[in-house]
Write a protein that binds this ligand. Structure first.
Ligand SMILES: O=C([O-])CC(=O)C(=O)O
Ligand SMILES: [Mg+2]
Length: 483
Protein backbone atom coordinates (compact mmCIF):
# COMPACT_ATOMS: atom_id res chain seq x y z
CA UNK A 1 0.00 0.00 0.00
CA UNK A 2 2.73 2.33 1.04
CA UNK A 3 4.62 1.45 -2.12
CA UNK A 4 1.58 2.21 -4.29
CA UNK A 5 1.10 5.59 -2.62
CA UNK A 6 4.72 6.39 -3.27
CA UNK A 7 4.39 5.49 -6.93
CA UNK A 8 1.34 7.68 -7.31
CA UNK A 9 3.00 10.58 -5.46
CA UNK A 10 6.04 10.25 -7.68
CA UNK A 11 3.93 10.50 -10.80
CA UNK A 12 3.93 14.31 -10.85
CA UNK A 13 7.70 14.32 -10.86
CA UNK A 14 7.81 11.76 -13.66
CA UNK A 15 5.17 13.66 -15.59
CA UNK A 16 7.37 16.74 -15.65
CA UNK A 17 10.26 14.70 -16.96
CA UNK A 18 8.27 13.15 -19.77
CA UNK A 19 8.53 15.44 -22.83
CA UNK A 20 5.24 14.10 -24.18
CA UNK A 21 3.29 15.37 -21.18
CA UNK A 22 5.38 18.09 -19.63
CA UNK A 23 3.84 21.57 -19.84
CA UNK A 24 6.31 23.34 -17.57
CA UNK A 25 4.77 26.38 -15.89
CA UNK A 26 1.68 26.02 -18.08
CA UNK A 27 0.26 23.30 -15.83
CA UNK A 28 -2.97 24.71 -14.41
CA UNK A 29 -3.90 24.80 -10.71
CA UNK A 30 -6.17 21.84 -11.24
CA UNK A 31 -3.52 19.82 -13.06
CA UNK A 32 -1.00 20.65 -10.35
CA UNK A 33 -3.47 19.38 -7.78
CA UNK A 34 -4.54 16.18 -9.50
CA UNK A 35 -1.12 15.14 -10.80
CA UNK A 36 0.84 15.65 -7.55
CA UNK A 37 2.75 18.59 -8.96
CA UNK A 38 2.35 20.91 -5.95
CA UNK A 39 5.69 22.17 -4.77
CA UNK A 40 7.48 20.84 -7.81
CA UNK A 41 6.86 24.04 -9.73
CA UNK A 42 7.14 27.70 -8.74
CA UNK A 43 3.72 29.25 -8.13
CA UNK A 44 3.42 31.26 -11.35
CA UNK A 45 1.15 29.86 -14.01
CA UNK A 46 2.34 30.86 -17.44
CA UNK A 47 0.30 30.56 -20.61
CA UNK A 48 1.69 28.66 -23.57
CA UNK A 49 1.74 31.97 -25.50
CA UNK A 50 4.01 33.53 -22.89
CA UNK A 51 6.20 30.43 -22.85
CA UNK A 52 6.49 30.76 -26.63
CA UNK A 53 7.46 34.42 -26.38
CA UNK A 54 10.08 33.66 -23.78
CA UNK A 55 11.70 30.84 -25.78
CA UNK A 56 11.67 32.85 -29.02
CA UNK A 57 13.33 35.74 -27.15
CA UNK A 58 16.01 33.38 -25.88
CA UNK A 59 16.56 31.76 -29.25
CA UNK A 60 16.86 35.10 -31.04
CA UNK A 61 19.61 36.12 -28.65
CA UNK A 62 21.85 33.30 -29.82
CA UNK A 63 24.05 34.52 -32.67
CA UNK A 64 25.44 31.11 -33.52
CA UNK A 65 22.98 28.91 -35.46
CA UNK A 66 24.17 25.78 -33.68
CA UNK A 67 23.22 27.31 -30.32
CA UNK A 68 19.73 27.87 -31.66
CA UNK A 69 19.63 24.25 -32.80
CA UNK A 70 20.70 23.05 -29.36
CA UNK A 71 18.08 25.21 -27.68
CA UNK A 72 15.39 23.72 -29.93
CA UNK A 73 16.60 20.16 -29.29
CA UNK A 74 16.60 20.89 -25.59
CA UNK A 75 13.00 22.05 -25.86
CA UNK A 76 12.01 18.98 -27.85
CA UNK A 77 13.48 16.79 -25.13
CA UNK A 78 11.70 18.68 -22.37
CA UNK A 79 8.37 19.91 -23.65
CA UNK A 80 7.20 18.44 -26.91
CA UNK A 81 3.98 20.41 -27.20
CA UNK A 82 5.79 23.70 -26.80
CA UNK A 83 8.44 22.61 -29.29
CA UNK A 84 5.85 21.90 -32.00
CA UNK A 85 3.75 24.96 -31.18
CA UNK A 86 6.85 27.11 -31.54
CA UNK A 87 7.86 25.41 -34.78
CA UNK A 88 4.38 25.71 -36.31
CA UNK A 89 3.94 29.35 -35.30
CA UNK A 90 7.45 30.41 -36.42
CA UNK A 91 8.03 28.03 -39.25
CA UNK A 92 9.97 30.38 -41.53
CA UNK A 93 12.33 31.40 -38.78
CA UNK A 94 12.79 27.99 -37.20
CA UNK A 95 12.91 25.67 -40.21
CA UNK A 96 16.51 26.70 -41.00
CA UNK A 97 17.33 25.95 -37.34
CA UNK A 98 15.91 22.46 -36.84
CA UNK A 99 16.39 21.53 -40.49
CA UNK A 100 18.61 22.57 -43.40
CA UNK A 101 21.10 24.24 -43.21
CA UNK A 102 21.81 24.12 -39.45
CA UNK A 103 21.02 20.43 -39.08
CA UNK A 104 24.00 19.76 -41.37
CA UNK A 105 26.41 21.44 -38.99
CA UNK A 106 24.67 19.73 -36.08
CA UNK A 107 25.37 16.33 -37.64
CA UNK A 108 29.02 17.25 -38.20
CA UNK A 109 29.34 18.14 -34.52
CA UNK A 110 26.76 15.70 -33.15
CA UNK A 111 29.28 13.86 -30.98
CA UNK A 112 30.11 17.07 -29.12
CA UNK A 113 26.64 18.55 -28.78
CA UNK A 114 24.94 15.26 -28.08
CA UNK A 115 23.15 15.21 -24.73
CA UNK A 116 20.29 12.74 -24.81
CA UNK A 117 19.86 10.11 -27.54
CA UNK A 118 16.95 10.67 -29.90
CA UNK A 119 15.50 7.95 -32.09
CA UNK A 120 16.76 4.41 -32.50
CA UNK A 121 20.39 3.59 -33.19
CA UNK A 122 20.66 0.18 -34.80
CA UNK A 123 24.27 -0.83 -35.31
CA UNK A 124 26.00 -3.92 -36.64
CA UNK A 125 26.27 -5.00 -33.00
CA UNK A 126 22.52 -5.61 -33.13
CA UNK A 127 22.78 -7.96 -36.10
CA UNK A 128 20.39 -10.87 -35.56
CA UNK A 129 18.48 -8.89 -32.89
CA UNK A 130 16.94 -6.02 -34.84
CA UNK A 131 13.38 -7.06 -34.07
CA UNK A 132 14.19 -7.01 -30.35
CA UNK A 133 15.73 -3.57 -30.72
CA UNK A 134 12.58 -2.25 -32.40
CA UNK A 135 10.61 -3.54 -29.43
CA UNK A 136 12.71 -1.38 -27.11
CA UNK A 137 11.07 1.69 -28.66
CA UNK A 138 8.26 2.75 -26.32
CA UNK A 139 5.63 3.53 -28.97
CA UNK A 140 3.76 0.75 -30.75
CA UNK A 141 1.70 2.45 -33.43
CA UNK A 142 4.31 3.92 -35.72
CA UNK A 143 3.19 5.45 -39.03
CA UNK A 144 6.39 6.95 -40.44
CA UNK A 145 10.01 5.89 -40.11
CA UNK A 146 12.78 8.05 -41.51
CA UNK A 147 15.95 6.00 -41.77
CA UNK A 148 19.51 6.85 -42.80
CA UNK A 149 22.81 5.02 -42.81
CA UNK A 150 24.58 8.38 -42.72
CA UNK A 151 26.70 7.80 -45.82
CA UNK A 152 25.64 10.93 -47.75
CA UNK A 153 24.34 13.53 -45.33
CA UNK A 154 23.13 16.48 -47.43
CA UNK A 155 26.15 17.52 -49.52
CA UNK A 156 28.44 16.91 -46.55
CA UNK A 157 29.32 13.29 -47.20
CA UNK A 158 29.75 10.38 -44.79
CA UNK A 159 28.86 11.41 -41.24
CA UNK A 160 28.26 7.86 -40.00
CA UNK A 161 26.10 7.50 -36.94
CA UNK A 162 25.99 11.27 -36.50
CA UNK A 163 23.58 11.43 -39.41
CA UNK A 164 20.85 10.92 -36.80
CA UNK A 165 20.13 14.65 -36.89
CA UNK A 166 18.58 14.15 -40.33
CA UNK A 167 15.83 11.61 -39.46
CA UNK A 168 15.08 13.61 -36.30
CA UNK A 169 14.80 16.88 -38.26
CA UNK A 170 12.76 15.34 -41.09
CA UNK A 171 10.30 13.85 -38.63
CA UNK A 172 9.96 17.13 -36.74
CA UNK A 173 8.67 18.46 -40.08
CA UNK A 174 6.32 15.51 -40.46
CA UNK A 175 4.63 16.74 -37.31
CA UNK A 176 4.94 20.50 -37.77
CA UNK A 177 4.07 20.59 -41.48
CA UNK A 178 2.21 17.32 -42.01
CA UNK A 179 0.35 17.04 -38.72
CA UNK A 180 1.51 13.47 -38.03
CA UNK A 181 1.52 12.72 -34.28
CA UNK A 182 5.06 12.84 -32.84
CA UNK A 183 4.50 9.46 -31.19
CA UNK A 184 3.77 7.93 -34.62
CA UNK A 185 7.17 9.04 -35.95
CA UNK A 186 10.33 7.00 -35.51
CA UNK A 187 13.80 8.28 -36.49
CA UNK A 188 16.31 5.48 -37.13
CA UNK A 189 20.02 5.49 -37.87
CA UNK A 190 21.60 2.31 -39.13
CA UNK A 191 25.22 2.31 -38.04
CA UNK A 192 27.17 0.14 -40.43
CA UNK A 193 30.45 1.97 -39.73
CA UNK A 194 31.89 5.03 -41.41
CA UNK A 195 34.68 5.73 -43.87
CA UNK A 196 35.09 9.25 -42.53
CA UNK A 197 38.63 9.24 -41.08
CA UNK A 198 38.09 12.42 -39.09
CA UNK A 199 35.16 10.85 -37.30
CA UNK A 200 36.96 7.56 -36.72
CA UNK A 201 39.73 9.55 -35.03
CA UNK A 202 37.39 11.90 -33.17
CA UNK A 203 37.33 11.05 -29.48
CA UNK A 204 33.76 12.34 -29.26
CA UNK A 205 32.43 10.21 -32.13
CA UNK A 206 29.33 8.31 -31.02
CA UNK A 207 29.23 5.52 -33.63
CA UNK A 208 30.98 2.25 -34.40
CA UNK A 209 34.68 2.75 -35.00
CA UNK A 210 35.06 0.65 -38.10
CA UNK A 211 34.92 1.05 -41.84
CA UNK A 212 31.53 0.69 -43.51
CA UNK A 213 30.10 -2.74 -44.06
CA UNK A 214 29.57 -3.37 -47.76
CA UNK A 215 28.42 -6.14 -50.11
CA UNK A 216 26.62 -9.13 -48.62
CA UNK A 217 27.07 -7.98 -45.03
CA UNK A 218 25.35 -4.66 -45.79
CA UNK A 219 22.63 -6.30 -47.86
CA UNK A 220 21.85 -8.86 -45.14
CA UNK A 221 21.75 -6.19 -42.44
CA UNK A 222 19.31 -4.06 -44.45
CA UNK A 223 17.23 -7.12 -45.23
CA UNK A 224 16.98 -8.00 -41.54
CA UNK A 225 16.00 -4.41 -40.78
CA UNK A 226 13.32 -4.20 -43.47
CA UNK A 227 11.84 -7.56 -42.47
CA UNK A 228 11.80 -6.64 -38.79
CA UNK A 229 10.06 -3.32 -39.49
CA UNK A 230 7.27 -4.98 -41.42
CA UNK A 231 6.92 -7.71 -38.82
CA UNK A 232 6.76 -5.23 -35.98
CA UNK A 233 4.69 -2.42 -37.48
CA UNK A 234 2.83 -4.06 -40.34
CA UNK A 235 2.59 -3.23 -44.01
CA UNK A 236 1.28 0.31 -43.70
CA UNK A 237 4.24 1.91 -42.01
CA UNK A 238 5.96 4.35 -44.38
CA UNK A 239 9.73 3.90 -44.52
CA UNK A 240 11.42 7.02 -45.84
CA UNK A 241 15.01 6.43 -46.95
CA UNK A 242 17.14 9.47 -46.40
CA UNK A 243 20.69 10.38 -47.31
CA UNK A 244 21.94 6.97 -48.33
CA UNK A 245 24.81 7.03 -50.85
CA UNK A 246 23.87 6.63 -54.52
CA UNK A 247 25.14 3.09 -54.80
CA UNK A 248 22.74 1.89 -52.10
CA UNK A 249 19.85 4.33 -52.53
CA UNK A 250 18.73 3.19 -55.98
CA UNK A 251 19.12 -0.44 -55.14
CA UNK A 252 17.19 -0.23 -51.87
CA UNK A 253 14.34 1.63 -53.55
CA UNK A 254 14.17 -0.90 -56.38
CA UNK A 255 14.44 -3.91 -54.06
CA UNK A 256 11.93 -2.83 -51.43
CA UNK A 257 9.59 -0.79 -53.64
CA UNK A 258 7.65 -3.93 -54.46
CA UNK A 259 7.49 -5.43 -50.96
CA UNK A 260 7.31 -2.46 -48.59
CA UNK A 261 5.81 1.03 -48.38
CA UNK A 262 9.04 2.88 -49.14
CA UNK A 263 9.82 6.37 -50.36
CA UNK A 264 13.25 7.77 -51.10
CA UNK A 265 13.16 11.43 -50.25
CA UNK A 266 16.35 12.30 -52.12
CA UNK A 267 15.24 10.62 -55.34
CA UNK A 268 11.45 10.94 -55.26
CA UNK A 269 10.84 13.81 -52.83
CA UNK A 270 13.34 16.12 -54.47
CA UNK A 271 12.04 15.15 -57.90
CA UNK A 272 8.46 15.98 -56.95
CA UNK A 273 9.25 19.33 -55.44
CA UNK A 274 11.37 20.37 -58.43
CA UNK A 275 8.78 19.24 -60.95
CA UNK A 276 6.16 21.17 -58.96
CA UNK A 277 8.41 24.23 -59.21
CA UNK A 278 8.90 23.80 -62.95
CA UNK A 279 5.16 23.45 -63.49
CA UNK A 280 4.64 26.63 -61.47
CA UNK A 281 7.35 28.39 -63.52
CA UNK A 282 5.42 27.58 -66.72
CA UNK A 283 2.58 29.69 -65.36
CA UNK A 284 5.01 32.58 -65.04
CA UNK A 285 6.82 32.08 -68.34
CA UNK A 286 4.13 30.54 -70.51
CA UNK A 287 4.80 27.51 -72.70
CA UNK A 288 5.05 23.86 -71.77
CA UNK A 289 7.64 21.62 -70.17
CA UNK A 290 8.24 19.85 -73.46
CA UNK A 291 9.58 23.08 -74.98
CA UNK A 292 12.50 23.16 -72.56
CA UNK A 293 15.98 21.71 -72.68
CA UNK A 294 17.30 20.64 -69.30
CA UNK A 295 20.91 20.42 -68.19
CA UNK A 296 21.90 18.97 -64.82
CA UNK A 297 25.15 19.25 -62.96
CA UNK A 298 25.11 16.10 -60.79
CA UNK A 299 23.83 12.70 -61.85
CA UNK A 300 23.14 11.07 -58.50
CA UNK A 301 19.89 10.47 -56.63
CA UNK A 302 18.48 13.97 -56.94
CA UNK A 303 19.69 14.61 -60.51
CA UNK A 304 18.51 11.38 -62.09
CA UNK A 305 15.37 11.29 -59.91
CA UNK A 306 14.30 14.76 -61.07
CA UNK A 307 15.27 14.01 -64.67
CA UNK A 308 13.15 10.85 -64.73
CA UNK A 309 10.08 12.53 -63.24
CA UNK A 310 10.34 15.42 -65.73
CA UNK A 311 10.58 12.92 -68.59
CA UNK A 312 7.57 11.04 -67.24
CA UNK A 313 5.50 14.20 -66.98
CA UNK A 314 6.47 15.33 -70.52
CA UNK A 315 5.59 11.88 -71.77
CA UNK A 316 2.18 12.08 -70.10
CA UNK A 317 1.58 15.56 -71.51
CA UNK A 318 2.71 14.86 -75.06
CA UNK A 319 1.89 11.14 -75.30
CA UNK A 320 5.42 10.64 -76.67
CA UNK A 321 7.39 7.57 -75.50
CA UNK A 322 9.45 8.29 -72.39
CA UNK A 323 12.68 7.36 -74.21
CA UNK A 324 12.03 10.25 -76.61
CA UNK A 325 11.28 12.65 -73.77
CA UNK A 326 14.53 11.77 -72.02
CA UNK A 327 16.42 13.17 -74.98
CA UNK A 328 15.54 16.72 -73.92
CA UNK A 329 17.42 16.14 -70.68
CA UNK A 330 21.21 16.15 -70.34
CA UNK A 331 23.34 15.40 -67.33
CA UNK A 332 26.90 16.34 -66.45
CA UNK A 333 28.75 14.33 -63.81
CA UNK A 334 32.29 14.60 -62.45
CA UNK A 335 33.66 13.30 -65.75
CA UNK A 336 31.72 15.67 -67.99
CA UNK A 337 28.63 15.39 -70.16
CA UNK A 338 27.02 11.96 -70.04
CA UNK A 339 27.10 10.73 -73.63
CA UNK A 340 26.65 7.42 -75.39
CA UNK A 341 30.37 6.79 -75.86
CA UNK A 342 30.65 6.62 -72.04
CA UNK A 343 27.76 4.18 -71.68
CA UNK A 344 29.78 1.05 -70.88
CA UNK A 345 31.46 2.57 -67.87
CA UNK A 346 28.39 4.35 -66.47
CA UNK A 347 26.53 3.29 -63.31
CA UNK A 348 23.15 1.84 -64.25
CA UNK A 349 21.12 4.85 -63.09
CA UNK A 350 23.04 7.13 -65.46
CA UNK A 351 22.67 4.98 -68.57
CA UNK A 352 19.23 6.29 -69.69
CA UNK A 353 20.81 9.74 -70.01
CA UNK A 354 23.68 8.75 -72.29
CA UNK A 355 22.58 10.46 -75.51
CA UNK A 356 24.47 10.84 -78.78
CA UNK A 357 26.90 13.72 -78.54
CA UNK A 358 30.62 14.34 -78.66
CA UNK A 359 32.35 14.18 -75.28
CA UNK A 360 32.44 17.40 -73.27
CA UNK A 361 34.57 17.69 -70.18
CA UNK A 362 33.07 20.55 -68.19
CA UNK A 363 29.87 22.36 -67.34
CA UNK A 364 30.60 25.61 -69.17
CA UNK A 365 31.29 23.82 -72.44
CA UNK A 366 28.17 21.69 -71.90
CA UNK A 367 26.04 24.81 -71.37
CA UNK A 368 27.38 26.35 -74.57
CA UNK A 369 26.86 23.16 -76.56
CA UNK A 370 23.45 22.07 -75.23
CA UNK A 371 21.99 25.57 -74.78
CA UNK A 372 19.67 24.57 -71.95
CA UNK A 373 16.71 26.68 -70.88
CA UNK A 374 16.81 25.07 -67.42
CA UNK A 375 20.00 24.51 -65.42
CA UNK A 376 19.76 22.32 -62.31
CA UNK A 377 22.55 21.73 -59.79
CA UNK A 378 22.43 18.56 -57.70
CA UNK A 379 26.08 17.66 -57.36
CA UNK A 380 26.53 18.45 -53.68
CA UNK A 381 29.41 20.78 -54.57
CA UNK A 382 29.35 24.49 -53.85
CA UNK A 383 30.21 27.35 -56.22
CA UNK A 384 30.04 25.31 -59.41
CA UNK A 385 27.62 27.68 -61.17
CA UNK A 386 30.34 30.18 -61.90
CA UNK A 387 29.87 33.61 -63.38
CA UNK A 388 30.82 32.21 -66.82
CA UNK A 389 28.17 29.51 -66.56
CA UNK A 390 25.38 31.87 -65.50
CA UNK A 391 26.35 34.50 -68.05
CA UNK A 392 26.39 31.83 -70.76
CA UNK A 393 22.88 30.49 -70.00
CA UNK A 394 21.62 34.07 -69.66
CA UNK A 395 23.04 34.97 -73.07
CA UNK A 396 20.65 32.71 -74.95
CA UNK A 397 17.63 32.81 -72.61
CA UNK A 398 15.56 35.84 -71.75
CA UNK A 399 14.48 34.10 -68.50
CA UNK A 400 16.79 31.18 -67.69
CA UNK A 401 15.52 28.84 -65.01
CA UNK A 402 18.37 28.15 -62.59
CA UNK A 403 18.04 25.79 -59.64
CA UNK A 404 20.97 25.51 -57.22
CA UNK A 405 19.72 22.61 -55.16
CA UNK A 406 22.70 21.29 -53.23
CA UNK A 407 22.59 21.52 -49.45
CA UNK A 408 23.44 22.95 -47.02
CA UNK A 409 24.11 26.60 -47.92
CA UNK A 410 27.88 26.05 -48.17
CA UNK A 411 27.31 23.47 -50.94
CA UNK A 412 24.89 25.55 -52.99
CA UNK A 413 26.00 25.82 -56.64
CA UNK A 414 25.74 29.61 -56.36
CA UNK A 415 24.21 32.14 -54.04
CA UNK A 416 21.01 34.04 -54.77
CA UNK A 417 23.01 37.23 -55.10
CA UNK A 418 25.31 35.67 -57.68
CA UNK A 419 22.41 34.25 -59.70
CA UNK A 420 20.56 37.55 -59.89
CA UNK A 421 23.66 39.68 -60.42
CA UNK A 422 25.22 37.52 -63.11
CA UNK A 423 21.92 37.05 -64.95
CA UNK A 424 21.18 40.78 -64.58
CA UNK A 425 18.02 40.00 -62.63
CA UNK A 426 16.59 37.73 -65.33
CA UNK A 427 17.01 34.29 -63.72
CA UNK A 428 14.00 32.43 -62.39
CA UNK A 429 15.93 31.11 -59.44
CA UNK A 430 15.41 28.65 -56.59
CA UNK A 431 17.72 26.88 -54.16
CA UNK A 432 17.74 23.83 -51.91
CA UNK A 433 18.80 25.73 -48.81
CA UNK A 434 17.13 29.00 -47.82
CA UNK A 435 18.54 32.31 -49.10
CA UNK A 436 17.44 35.80 -48.15
CA UNK A 437 15.92 38.15 -50.73
CA UNK A 438 18.46 40.08 -52.79
CA UNK A 439 18.42 43.68 -53.97
CA UNK A 440 19.71 44.08 -57.50
CA UNK A 441 19.53 47.27 -59.51
CA UNK A 442 16.99 48.78 -57.14
CA UNK A 443 14.65 45.78 -57.21
CA UNK A 444 14.07 43.08 -54.60
CA UNK A 445 14.31 39.49 -55.82
CA UNK A 446 12.97 36.69 -53.62
CA UNK A 447 14.50 33.29 -54.45
CA UNK A 448 12.24 30.25 -54.31
CA UNK A 449 13.16 27.27 -52.19
CA UNK A 450 12.99 23.88 -53.84
CA UNK A 451 13.68 21.60 -50.91
CA UNK A 452 11.92 18.26 -50.49
CA UNK A 453 10.61 19.60 -47.15
CA UNK A 454 7.91 21.26 -49.24
CA UNK A 455 6.56 17.90 -50.27
CA UNK A 456 7.53 14.93 -48.08
CA UNK A 457 5.43 15.83 -45.00
CA UNK A 458 2.27 16.21 -47.10
CA UNK A 459 3.11 13.32 -49.36
CA UNK A 460 3.82 11.01 -46.43
CA UNK A 461 0.65 12.11 -44.67
CA UNK A 462 -1.37 11.31 -47.77
CA UNK A 463 0.25 7.92 -48.10
CA UNK A 464 -0.39 6.86 -44.51
CA UNK A 465 -3.89 8.36 -44.37
CA UNK A 466 -4.95 6.59 -47.53
CA UNK A 467 -3.71 3.28 -46.17
CA UNK A 468 -1.52 2.76 -49.22
CA UNK A 469 0.87 -0.17 -49.11
CA UNK A 470 3.08 0.88 -52.04
CA UNK A 471 4.28 4.21 -53.47
CA UNK A 472 3.71 4.72 -57.21
CA UNK A 473 5.01 7.36 -59.62
CA UNK A 474 1.47 8.57 -60.25
CA UNK A 475 1.26 9.57 -56.61
CA UNK A 476 4.40 11.66 -57.09
CA UNK A 477 2.99 13.32 -60.21
CA UNK A 478 -0.25 14.07 -58.37
CA UNK A 479 1.70 15.59 -55.48
CA UNK A 480 3.53 17.90 -57.94
CA UNK A 481 0.34 19.17 -59.47
CA UNK A 482 -1.49 19.89 -56.24
CA UNK A 483 1.40 21.26 -54.20
O1 LIG B 1 17.56 17.66 -46.20
C1 LIG B 1 17.45 18.52 -47.10
O2 LIG B 1 17.54 19.73 -46.90
C2 LIG B 1 17.14 18.07 -48.50
C3 LIG B 1 17.67 16.72 -48.70
O3 LIG B 1 16.99 15.73 -48.56
C4 LIG B 1 19.12 16.58 -48.93
O4 LIG B 1 19.80 17.56 -49.23
O5 LIG B 1 19.58 15.45 -48.81
MG1 LIG C 1 18.10 14.05 -47.98
Amino acid sequence: MLKLACMVRCSGYNLMRDPRYNKGLAFTERERETHYLRGLLPPAIVSQELQERKIMNNIRQYQVPLQRYMAMMDLQENNERLFYKLLIDNVEELLPVVYTPTVGEACQKYGSIFSRPQGLFISLKEKGKILEVLKNWPERSIQVIVVTDGERILGLGDLGCQGMGIPVGKLALYTALGGVRPSACLPITLDVGTNNKDLLNDEFYIGLRQRRATGQEYTDFLQEFMTAVKQNYGEKVLIQFEDFANHNAFELLARYGTTHLVFNDDIQGTASVVLAGLIAAQKLLGGTLAEHTFLFLGAGEAGTGIAELIALEISRQTKAPIEECRKKIWLVDSKGLIVSSRKESLQHFKKPWAHEHETIGNLLDAVNAIKPTVLIGTSGKGQTFTQDVIEAISSFNERPIILALSNPTSQSECTAEQAYTWSKGRAVFATGSPFDPVEYDGKIYVPGQANNAYIFPGFGLGVVMSGAIRVHDDMLLAACKYS
